[in-house]
Design a binder for this molecule. Structure first.
Ligand code: AMP
Ligand code: MG
Length: 508
């Protein structure tokens, strides 16, 4: 019994059939799998029986050695723009949906990443290495804990089977969970292959299931109003997602249209990175030589990707370019509004102050962080040490002293230019902050724990040697990102010097 009594195995996506989904068996790895992580909380939430999934049979299913009883696994076809270039056919090259579960209104798919090749693997091996699987597991759960929409990670299994990348690495499989794994690239594929009826069928299915409030009953005869409302929703959702990423310093690294979710989720974690030192030009993906997906560029790329999506929808909307343009034109403002609201909250800015003044202060703060390359997470976290500022400048020395006592104080004392900038900023913040929104309350908004690259690297190195303890500690920290846990203080420190030279690339 893999499912709890209130959950049902369903085939809602599978029953779409070809050309949307293709029956694809997983290919068993040769060695016995080892369960490294299992997300009990998520399992229970979606209607799985934890005890039965953590048996040998359960682990075999979560690694692709055995099939989910009663379900024929499937993979889907899509295409996309990779680094701005149209690639006519991609697809689930190493992702296979192994079951679908419905628990009341809640619907989820379970998908294995790395369980063998599919018809869409394009000569690649369909596998994932332990290194990148750990990175995907941690980031999914870290973003979720930060309240940022994302696919989730249920389990991480590994075997000693060799996988060949730049070096020989260990194979691993992540079982991820989402209400949908559809991407912008799915829409592009059916549009660019002139399968417009099929595209309508897919969107009919998708929108009715996930956005019943946007779905008009006469979709079949007149799909335009529903499609337009849905594009408006997705534009807003993507703008918000980009703002949320910026607010925690998250860089995705490969924002190709095939890695953009139709549900506005973060999806396909590869060479991502959280900012350590704040640098708007930071490029987390070593393969991204021109910085197309740098921290600064991500929101703009989100907009560009929406253009690609809207172009693919054109044939279903009588080529009504003007309506689509109007929707997309909203994006920059939607993004800016979300962005500024998030940063205003991070600093407890006074809502009585004009928006213009607040925005100026946010811009000034970010410029200062960039100029001094301060640790972004530690800077915002340290603000909770400041108390009752009032617009009283005699208070400045007292506040500065309090700030220095914070365990996350980000400035280098003794560096005159830093101290001067810190004090100047503090003076301005004291005027614009709202007493009711600061202090301890800020610790519910500014995380202390993020999945820093060097911490991931340490967890990976230990897991590769069979020691999962380092990974468990890291997950303990990032899954409770707002809580300072005394036994995890070492995980809240700024990145050490060696971490500045870590190179994370697409190869995974
Ligand atoms: P990504 O840049 O990781 O999103 O991958 C782009 C495309 O390449 C997707 O269609 C993936 O399914 C496919 N792909 C990446 N790595 C592999 C692999 N090891 N085996 C098969 N397909 C892969
Ligand atoms: Mg991908």
């Amino acid at each position: 019994m893999l499912l709890s009594p209130n959950a049902l195995l369903v085939k809602e996506y599978a029953s779409l059939g070809q050309p949307f989904v293709y029956a694809v068996p997983c290919t068993p790895l040769k060695s016995e799998p080892r369960l490294i992580q299992f997300n009990e909380e998520l399992a229970e939430q979606i209607g799985l029986q934890v005890d039965d999934l953590c048996t040998n049979q359960g682990i075999a299913i979560l690694t692709g050695q055995q099939t989910w009883p009663g379900y024929d696994s499937i993979a889907s076809i899509y295409c996309g723009h990779q680094f701005g270039v149209f690639v006519p056919q991609l697809g689930d090259g190493r992702a296979i949906v192994i079951t679908e579960i419905r628990k009341g209104a809640d619907y989820k798919q379970l998908q294995l990443k790395g369980a063998g090749p599919t018809p869409f693997s394009r000569r690649a091996d369909g596998r994932a290495v332990l290194r990148s699987s750990i990175r995907e597991f941690v980031a999914s759960e870290a973003l979720h804990a930060l309240g940022i929409p994302t696919t989730r990670a249920l389990s991480l299994t590994a075997t000693p089977d060799p996988v060949f990348r730049e070096t020989t690495e260990m194979a691993a499989v992540v079982c991820r969970v989402s209400e949908s794994f559809l991407r912008f690239g799915h829409v592009e594929y059916f549009s660019h292959t002139n399968q417009h009826q099929e595209l309508l069928q897919l969107l009919d299915w998708h929108i009715e299931r996930h956005h019943s409030e946007l779905y008009a009953d006469d979709f079949e005869n007149n799909p335009a109003p529903t499609l337009i409302n849905w594009l408006k929703w997705l534009t807003q959702a993507t703008a918000k997602l980009m703002a949320q990423w910026q607010s925690v310093g998250f860089c995705h690294g490969v924002m190709n249209t095939d890695n953009m979710s139709l549900m506005g989720l973060t999806i396909d974690y590869g060479p991502y990175g959280f900012l350590d030192k704040f640098d708007v030009d930071h490029i987390c993906n070593h393969s991204d030589t021109h910085g197309r997906y740098s921290y600064r560029n991500q929101p703009r790329i989100g907009h560009w990707n929406l253009y690609v999506l809207a172009s693919a929808l054109m044939p279903l909307l009588h080529n009504d370019r003007e309506t689509l343009q109007t929707i997309l034109d909203e994006y920059p403002q939607q993004f800016q509004r979300e962005h500024n609201a998030l940063f205003a909250a991070k600093m407890g800015l006074n809502k009585q102050v004009s928006e213009e003044k607040q925005n100026e202060f946010i811009e000034y703060t970010l410029q200062m962080l960039h100029e001094h390359k301060l640790d972004m997470t530690r800077f915002f976290r340290s603000l909770s040490a400041l108390q009752a500022p009032h617009a009283d400048h005699s208070n400045l020395d007292k506040q500065f002293a309090l700030w220095q006592k914070s365990s996350t104080f980000p400035w280098v004392l003794g560096d005159e230019s830093q101290v001067e900038s810190a004090r100047a900023w503090l003076g301005q913040w004291m005027v614009i902050a709202d007493n009711n929104l600061i202090g301890e309350k800020l610790n519910q908004i500014n995380p202390i724990a993020i999945a820093r690259n060097h911490l991931l690297q340490e967890a990976i190195a230990a897991c590769e040697k069979g020691d999962d303890h380092v990974l468990k500690r890291l997950l303990q920290a990032v899954c409770k990102p707002y809580l300072e846990q005394p036994d995890l203080m070492d995980l809240y420190q700024a990145a050490p010097e060696w971490a500045q030279h870590l190179e994370i690339s697409c190869s995974s």
